[in-house]
Design a protein around this ligand. Structure first.
Ligand code: 13P
Ligand code: SF4
Length: 340
């Protein structure tokens, strides 16, 4: 890896780097010693580096072994042959990796690995709801703590929530914690002609709830043939008007399949547009994306620190008893998601 290779990727990204190309070239050169040390330590320690699409692109294009959405990265973590997983993402992703691979060491190098969804509900909340609604099946989004997963019957991700819930042999479901994803789920089930009683918790993603649906009408008028994509964490006013709704990887694949001709309006964190531009661009993308402060708190500097000098608090710990219950809910997801 050299500075030119990194520059050749980053220079295509409009949203996340300064337009001043000289600054960007200097940025790439300055990061090279750090990147090379990470690559050396990664090899010495037999580590694998996983990176969610939303983390800073210089991580994705210099040190990451796998990049993707929550579902794909969970499988990468589960199947990794390495003893050490450095998960550039947020804490719930590292916890999921640890649930799936308890024998591996897992570190999330974010300085703030929170998530407004995962932080909106506790295991205690779910246990209380289960007493209140004993005949409901509890489905939780993967953006939850291990304690919440352990209290639920099945985990879902943005890539499989609609299909998994549609196929569940129960018609009373409590879905936590994303209210907007839950409203999208209800709308999707209605479209499929499936009747289920779905109760929702009141969590939201602070990034996706902010997108403005008003952009849709004006953009459709200005750009004939416009393709609108959105994440299921967005408001139904957005998803109902979208040409495609799906996880970050599913949206990425949709754009790749539809090619470079259409103009795109993408309602997602900036990392998705950046990856598309760097890897498959140029594209006509209109509108603006938003940053997740938690995902963007991952950095090359912190990846180097955790590889060079990990502190005990850096390692994700999951209590064994809780882990077993959380694993059951996750394995139910894998079994359902792999059904065709
Ligand atoms: P994906 O699984 O679609 O990548 O979503 C994760 C996430 O946190 C989106 O905000
Ligand atoms: Fe959580 Fe939203 Fe950030 Fe995704 S974008 S990690 S849901 S806060």
């Amino acid at each position: 890896m050299n500075a030119d290779q990194l520059y050749s990727k980053l220079r295509k990204i409009r949203f996340e780097k300064s337009e001043n190309r000289e600054d960007l070239r200097q940025f790439c050169e300055e990061k090279m010693p750090l990147i090379n040390e990470i690559l050396d330590l990664k090899e010495q320690k037999g580590a694998v580096i996983l990176a969610h699409t939303y983390v800073p692109p210089e991580i994705i294009y210099s040190v990451a072994d796998h990049t993707g959405d929550s579902y794909g990265l969970s499988k990468n973590a589960r199947d990794a042959k390495s003893d050490l997983i450095v998960f550039a993402g947020v804490r719930f992703m590292g916890e999921t990796a640890k649930i799936l691979s308890p024998e591996k060491q897992v570190i999330v190098p974010a300085t703030d690995g929170g998530c407004s969804l995962a932080d909106s509900i506790t295991g205690e909340d779910v246990r209380r709801l289960k007493k209140e609604f004993p005949d409901y099946t509890f489905a939780c989004y993967i953006n939850t703590t291990v304690d919440v997963k352990a209290a639920c019957d099945v985990v879902v991700t943005s890539s499989n929530v609609y299909d998994i819930v549609a196929r569940m042999d129960t018609d009373k479901i409590y879905f936590v914690p994303d209210r907007l994803m839950g409203l999208n789920l209800i709308a999707d089930l209605e479209k499929r002609g499936i009747k289920k009683d779905i109760k929702l918790w009141d969590g939201t993603c602070y990034v996706h709830e902010e997108f403005d649906p008003a952009l849709i009408e004006s953009s459709r008028r200005m750009f004939p043939g416009l393709k609108i994509l959105s994440h299921p964490e967005c408001d139904p006013l957005i998803t109902n008007e979208s040409d495609f709704v799906g996880s970050t990887t599913q949206m990425y694949d949709y754009v790749v399949e539809n090619g470079n001709d259409p103009t795109y309006l993408v309602f997602s964190e900036c990392g998705l547009a950046s990856r598309l531009e760097a890897e498959k661009g140029p594209f006509d993308m209109v509108g603006s994306c938003m940053f997740c402060k938690y995902m963007k708190s991952n950095s090359l500097e912190n990846i180097l620190r955790v590889l060079r000098n990990p502190e005990p608090a850096d390692y994700i710990q999951v209590d064994d008893l809780i882990r077993e219950d959380a694993l059951k809910a996750l394995n139910r997801m894998f079994a359902e998601a792999e059904k065709k």
